[in-house]
Design a protein around this ligand. Structure first.
Ligand code: SF4
Ligand code: SF4
Length: 108
């Protein structure tokens, strides 16, 4: 079992989760033409540190809570690792810039 990023994350610009992962297994990718983030299930140690960092609750603690997103992550992880090599890591959210949905509405 590993933590999983769900499609709630689709379109989000910042990777607050990335900055805290101790094994650097959260990688950016484009999915359906939008920014997306993948947890590599082969590398994730299930520490749970990333989960409370996500400002929109896009991370779940087990594959069983989001089976289709877990399958997507498993299939996209190798591509995401390669994508990160050329595009770099997702930046963290700047201070005072509240999270927004892809339609630019504030989340909270
Ligand atoms: S913090 Fe949440 S919204 Fe931001 S990249 Fe990570 S999972 Fe996606
Ligand atoms: S659970 Fe831990 S190891 Fe897995 S992605 Fe989150 S921070 Fe990284």
């Amino acid at each position: 079992m590993t933590h999983v990023i769900t499609q709630k994350c689709l379109g989000e610009r910042y990777g607050d989760c990335v900055a805290v992962c101790p094994v650097e297994c959260i990688h950016p990718i484009e999915h359906e033409g939008k920014p997306f983030m993948i947890i590599d299930p082969q590398v994730c140690i299930d520490c749970g540190v990333c989960l409370p960092e996500c400002p929109i609750g896009a991370i779940v603690a087990s594959e069983g809570e989001a089976p289709s997103d877990a399958a997507l992550a498993a299939s996209l992880a190798p591509q995401a690792v390669e994508y990160e090599k050329t595009h770099g890591k997702a930046p963290t959210r700047p201070p005072n810039d509240p999270p927004r949905r892809p339609d630019n509405k504030l989340v909270r």
